[in-house]
Write a protein that binds this ligand. Structure first.
Ligand SMILES: Cc1cc2nc3c(=O)[nH]c(=O)nc-3n(C[C@H](O)[C@H](O)[C@H](O)COP(=O)(O)OP(=O)(O)OC[C@H]3O[C@@H](n4cnc5c(N)ncnc54)[C@H](O)[C@@H]3O)c2cc1C
Length: 500
């Protein structure tokens, strides 16, 4: 493979996905990705790099709130949803504490030979026909270099978008949200608060997850790191009845807490330890993704909302596709079609996410609809990951099965129905047949996680039996599945069970 020039979005710190991109490209060159491999799981991360802050993400925790009322548990668990993503902490997912993690990626990329220009901004970008001439100014003076290919990794509404005055394309289902967010210290665990106490054992400790507090017109996220810091913020629809002035984040947060007594208790001692950030318009889609000699990362192409944490997966999938194209070499006859396919898939995946998230925002006051619709995300996520672990990743080629004709069409239909009903202010029907059946039918052929099983009452642990019962959907047998589970570290033991 030819040497690839460093990506150009040089800033005060390197974006995580951008760093990962460089390392994946280098990984292709060097034949390994040892520098980033331990970060795949909580267990290996803690063993190899305990000094790099991160959070344990065992799953997705959702609680539904009403303004002015304390959170209320019910025997049917209608106001909550716990979806486990791992059977134990050892192989669990993580929240990235980006000041530490980005710095590590930045240094590791430099060690691998990537030329890093810190605190440097591009001033000139001239196409040459076979690439670009670039001029930049920074703390270490003026730099000039030429590159054959340019990757824009500067995030939403980033460098190329501004430099070339690229326009925005609205999503089919518009989502107008704003957000404010910061890092806090002293955020309580929900387990400490009376109304979140469990009488039965939940699928995982509810705080060791991406916690979503939902309410009509918005939601609050709470992501705990292992260094005493918690990332939290709120995403609000522009027509939210809460009428918060997000121009004044501190005041808006205070007012928000006053409306939700249970969340207020969680934050009663919390102190921000970073300045507030705000986004006036969270969602964004660029009308261009690639061109001659350049491509935007998915994260520069668009963003919907932090809901369901789709940002990093989309970006990393894009990086993987770019790595594949680049490993062919720019002069390979397949390179162009590979890049066209990258652009198409990036757009298709972003739009599928946008479609679903727009619907979820519309039903934040209807927990039974919200929880049912989230399975349109959890279903394909569990299926895709299982197929990958079985070595059949090539048959799952897109996020949310966005390119799967049957699944994508059904999902599009469900989302457009929800959008129409809520837009026309029609009363949503009771969530029984035929509505629930429409969602069940959509995820049925790929449902390997027991989702929408009423006996689970909105608690979804990762269960071996659910997967074994789904062997035919994964086109395999239970012996192969058990071996895959053992290989993936599903069982905490390192001793292979006798029945294998
Ligand atoms: C509020 C919020 C919450 C989120 N929560 C989640 C979540 O829970 N899970 C998830 O998976 N994703 C989440 N995301 C999405 C996630 O942040 C992105 O997918 C991710 O940051 C993409 O990484 P990146 O490095 O490609 O881009 P970015 O993190 O956007 O980094 C881009 C970098 O480029 C720099 N830059 C910008 N312009 C220039 C320029 N002209 N010159 C030089 N440098 C420049 C910036 O300073 C920045 O350092 C969230 C996003 C937001 C806004």
């Amino acid at each position: 493979m030819k040497r690839v020039e460093p990506s150009f979005g040089v800033s005060d710190f390197l974006g995580g996905a951008r760093g990962a991109y460089e390392m994946i490209v280098m990984g292709y060159e060097h034949g390994n990705l040892d520098e980033i491999k331990p970060f795949c799981k909580w267990g290996t991360w803690q063993k190899s790099h305990p000094e790099i802050g991160c959070g344990l993400k065992r799953g997705f925790t959702f609680y539904f709130h009403q303004p002015g009322q304390r959170f209320k548990k019910t025997p049917t668990r209608i106001n909550e949803l716990l979806v486990s993503a791992s059977p134990h902490a050892g192989i669990a997912d993580t929240h990235w504490y980006r000041p530490d993690f980005d710095l590590y990626l930045y240094q590791a990329a430099a060690k691998l030979g990537v030329k890093v220009l810190d605190q440097t901004g591009i001033t000139d970008l001239d196409p040459t026909g076979t690439g670009f001439e670039i001029k930049a100014n920074g703390k270490n003076g003026r730099h000039e270099w030429s590159t054959r290919y340019l990757i824009d990794a500067t995030g939403p509404r980033g460098f190329l978008f501004n430099h070339w005055n690229i326009t925005e394309t609205p999503f089919d289902n518009p989502i107008e949200t704003q957000s404010i967010f910061t890092h806090f210290r002293e955020v309580k665990r929900l387990e400490e608060l009376q109304e979140f106490q469990e009488t039965e054992s939940p699928p995982y400790p509810v705080d060791d997850a991406a916690v979503h507090h939902l309410f009509p017109g918005g939601w609050i996220w709470v992501l705990r790191f292992n260094n005493g810091i918690t990332s939290a913020g709120v995403s609000l629809t522009s027509d939210s009845s809460l009428e918060l002035d997000l121009e004044n984040p501190e005041g808006a947060w205070k007012k928000l807490m006053e409306q939700f007594p249970s969340i207020r208790d969680q934050f009663s001692k919390a102190v921000p330890c970073e300045p507030w950030s705000s986004l006036k318009s969270t969602s964004f889609q660029s009308s261009r993704i690639t061109g001659t000699g350049w491509a935007m990362l998915p994260s520069a192409t668009g963003f919907v909302d932090p809901l369901l944490s789709t940002g990093f997966p989309l970006t990393l999938l894009g990086i993987q596709r770019l790595g594949k194209a680049f490993s062919m070499g720019f002069d390979d006859s397949r390179f162009e079609s590979e890049m066209n396919s990258y652009a198409e898939t990036t757009k298709m995946e972003l739009q599928a996410v946008a479609r679903l998230i727009a619907c979820l925002f519309r039903v934040m006051d209807r927990p039974e609809y919200f929880t049912a619709l989230t399975h349109l995300y959890f279903g394909p996520a569990a299926y895709g990951e299982s197929m990958k672990r079985l070595g059949k990743g090539t048959s799952v080629t897109s996020f949310l099965l966005a390119d799967h004709p049957d699944y994508a069409n059904r999902m599009r239909f469900i989302c457009s129905e929800i959008m129409a009903m809520t837009r026309e202010k029609r009363k949503l029907p009771r969530l029984d047949d035929p509505w629930l059946k429409t969602i069940r039918d959509c995820i049925g052929p790929i449902n390997v996680g027991g989702f929408l099983n009423p006996e689970k009452k909105n608690w979804y642990p990762v269960e071996e039996q659910d997967l074994l019962d789904s062997a035919s959907k994964l086109e395999t047998d239970s012996k192969t599945l058990k071996e895959m589970l053992f290989r993936s570290g599903f069982f905490e033991t390192k001793v292979k069970p006798a029945e294998f």
